[in-house]
Design a protein around this ligand. Sequence first.
Ligand SMILES: [Zn+2]
Length: 250
Amino acid sequence: MPPLNKHKFAINLAAVLFFFCILSVHAAPENTIVYATRTGKAYHREDCSALSRSKEAITLGEAARRSLSACSLCQPPLLNAGAAAKIARSTDAGIYRVNIENVNSYKNADTQKMLRARVSRHIDGDTVELEFAAPPAGFNRAEKIRMIGVDTPETVHPQKDVEFFGREASDFTKKMLLGKDVYVALDWDTRDKYGRLLVYIYTAQGVCHNAELIRQGYAHAYTRFPFRFMDEFRILEQEARAKKRGLWEY
Ligand SMILES: [Zn+2]
């Protein structure tokens, strides 16, 4: 081996070892003790200055179940990936995700496995407020939701005029959903950047309201983010356009 390559090899080896050191320092098992405060959203090492007011010893597993993040000041150990995945699955209990269940069509989702809720407030065509009968871990009893895969014209945006056909879309959702008991399914992402739950809403009759909005021409298929039924929703929009329904009538 020429001297230059030997030198390179040593540098690479050092880099790899350094990386493994970092991993082994940070990835710890579930029973590792860390510290939390009564109200904070982070967990800490024992000597962190953030613990001056209150301090509770908990396991790393418990920190993950409480969705606490690692303090950026004291940089406590991180839970290893296997244990983190196991906890993520268990905290998902009671939530029906069409991606995990491998549901092949929006028509074949199983409402009996979904969360039950009542539509307590109507906001616009693709946004309502739900009240969950038994909210699962991480959900509030009342949640503002955004329907997955649809985009109805705006009606309540403070900086925009009522967009064409927005009123009709909004009235349709109000008529079909307000005050009704519904079934709720999720997909890849639980919330959007505004903290709204991202859901499919199924009526008591098993009709997917998201799909119905597009099928009847009240909404576009919103395909900026991937979701399980994207291909089907695209086809529903093409059919609505071809038949000049709703939005596409004029
Ligand atoms: Zn800390």
